[in-house]
Write a protein that binds this ligand. Structure first.
Ligand code: GTP
Length: 331
C-alpha cells in the first residue's frame, strides 16, 4: 500500500478511492485515506487486494513478505500462483463462481488454513480470509481483500506443546497418555487385520534400594539409561517404548508374536543387566536388573486392550514373585 492518499494500483485507482469516500470533504478524505493506509501498512497481518480475475492490485509490506517477493513484482501477478497445489483449486473455483454471479453478493470466505508457496520455493502456513469490498460502484470494479495471518510461530508452539503432552519429561520416551492412545489404535488394527500384538512391561528390581543407597538424582540417571536401552532395542519404527509408571516401562510391538517379543525382551534384559554406572560415579561392578512380563494378543486370546495389559502385568508379577531378573510370558 502506498504512503500517500492515492492507492498504487493500475488505471485510475485513485479515482476509485475518491468514489469510496465521496461523502467526505477533501481534507477529511485525505486524512482518512492517510490513516487507513498507515494502519494497513503497519498492521500485523498481510493484506492484499485482488480483482475478480485474481490479479493482485495492491498489498501491504507484510503481505509482500509472506509471498516472498517485492510489492512491485507481485502487483499484476495472479495470486493463485502463490497458493500450494492442495488449496489452489478451491480458491480458483470460489472466485470464478463469485465473479460469474450477476449480483456479486458479499463474498466472505475463511479464515481457512492455507499453504503459501513463496517466490523462493519455501512455504508459509497461514490463515486466509477473503472478503469482497462492499459498496463499490461499477467504476471501481469488483475487488476482494485477502487477509493473511502467519501461523508459523503458532504451529511451532503447538507442535512443541503436543510433543510435551506425549512425552515423558525424564526419559524422553512416550508417556502413559501416548502409550494408552497407541495401544488403543494398535489394538483395533490387530483385531481388524488379524495380526498379533505384543506388550512387554518392564520393572526395575529393588529400585527403592537404589534410591536409598545412591540418591534420587542418580536414580533418575539410572532410569534414563534404562530407557535408552529399551528404545535402542525397538525393532521397527511402529513400535513404541513408554514410561508406564515410576520405574516401570512398557513396549508395544505391533505385528509381533510372542516368540519375537520374547527375543526382544531377552535382548533388553541382557543389555540392562550389563549396564555400567561408573559414568555417574557408582562402583564399577554395580549392576541393576529388571523383571519383565509379556502378553500377546493373537486369535482373540484377550477380549480387550485392558485385558492384554492385565495379562502382561500378571506375567510381570510372576517374574517378581519367582525371584526377579527374569522374563515371564502370560499363560
Ligand atoms: N529416582 C527416581 N525414583 C523413582 C521415580 N519414580 C519412582 N521412583 C522410585 O521407585 C521406587 C519403587 O519402589 P518399589 O515400588 O518398592 O519397587 P522396588 O523397590 O523396585 O521393588 P520391586 O519392584 O519389588 O523389585 C520408589 O522408591 C520410588 O520413589 C523417579 O522418577 N525417579
Amino acid at each position: 500500500m502506498p504512503d500517500s492518499t492515492s492507492i498504487e494500483t493500475k488505471n485510475g485507482q485513485s479515482k476509485k478511492q475518491h468514489l469510496l469516500f465521496k461523502t467526505l470533504s477533501k481534507p477529511i478524505y485525505d486524512q482518512s485515506i492517510t490513516s487507513i493506509v498507515n494502519m494497513i501498512n503497519f498492521i500485523a497481518e498481510g493484506i492484499f487486494v485482488i480483482n475478480q480475475e485474481g490479479v493482485i492490485e495492491a498489498l501491504n509490506p507484510l503481505a509482500a513478505k509472506f509471498f516472498g517477493d517485492s510489492k512491485e513484482n507481485l502487483i499484476g501477478q495472479k495470486w493463485f500462483s502463490h497458493l500450494h497445489d492442495g488449496c489452489r483449486e478451491d480458491y480458483e473455483y470460489i472466485l470464478s463462481n463469485w465473479s460469474k454471479t450477476e449480483s456479486k453478493g458479499n463474498l466472505n470466505y475463511g479464515p481457512k488454513e492455507v499453504l503459501i508457496t513463496r517466490t523462493d520455493g519455501t512455504w508459509l502456513e497461514a490463515d486466509l480470509s477473503l472478503s469482497s469490498l462492499a459498496g463499490l460502484s461499477a467504476e471501481t470494479g469488483n475487488l476482494i481483500v485477502g487477509v493473511l495471518h502467519n501461523l508459523t510461530e503458532h504451529k511451532k508452539e503447538y507442535s512443541e506443546l503436543r510433543r510435551q503432552a506425549y512425552t515423558d519429561h525424564l526419559t524422553g520416551l512416550s508417556n502413559r497418555y501416548a502409550l494408552d492412545k497407541k495401544l488403543q489404535s494398535n489394538w483395533q488394527e490387530s483385531v481388524r487385520d488379524n495380526q498379533p500384538l505384543s506388550l512387554i512391561i518392564i520393572d526395575v528390581d529393588y529400585f527403592k534400594c537404589f534410591n536409598d543407597e545412591f540418591g534420587h538424582v542418580n536414580g533418575d540417571k539410572c532410569l534414563q539409561k534404562i530407557a535408552k536401552v529399551i528404545e535402542d532395542y525397538l525393532p521397527t519404527r511402529e513400535c513404541i517404548a513408554a514410561r508406564y509408571g515410576g520405574e516401570e516401562f512398557a513396549v508395544i510391538l505391533p505385528r509381533c508374536d510372542i516368540h519375537n517379543a520374547s527375543g526382544i525382551a531377552g535382548l533388553i534384559q541382557q543389555k540392562i543387566s550389563s549396564l555400567s554406572f561408573a559414568d555417574i560415579g557408582l562402583p564399577a561392578s554395580f549392576r541393576v536388573t529388571v523383571s519383565q512380563g509379556i502378553a500377546c494378543e493373537q486369535d482373540g486370546k484377550h477380549q480387550t486392550s485392558e485385558a492384554l495389559i492385565c495379562a502382561a502385568d500378571a506375567a510381570l508379577y510372576t517374574s517378581k514373585a519367582e525371584g526377579r531378573n527374569r522374563i515371564s510370558k502370560a499363560s
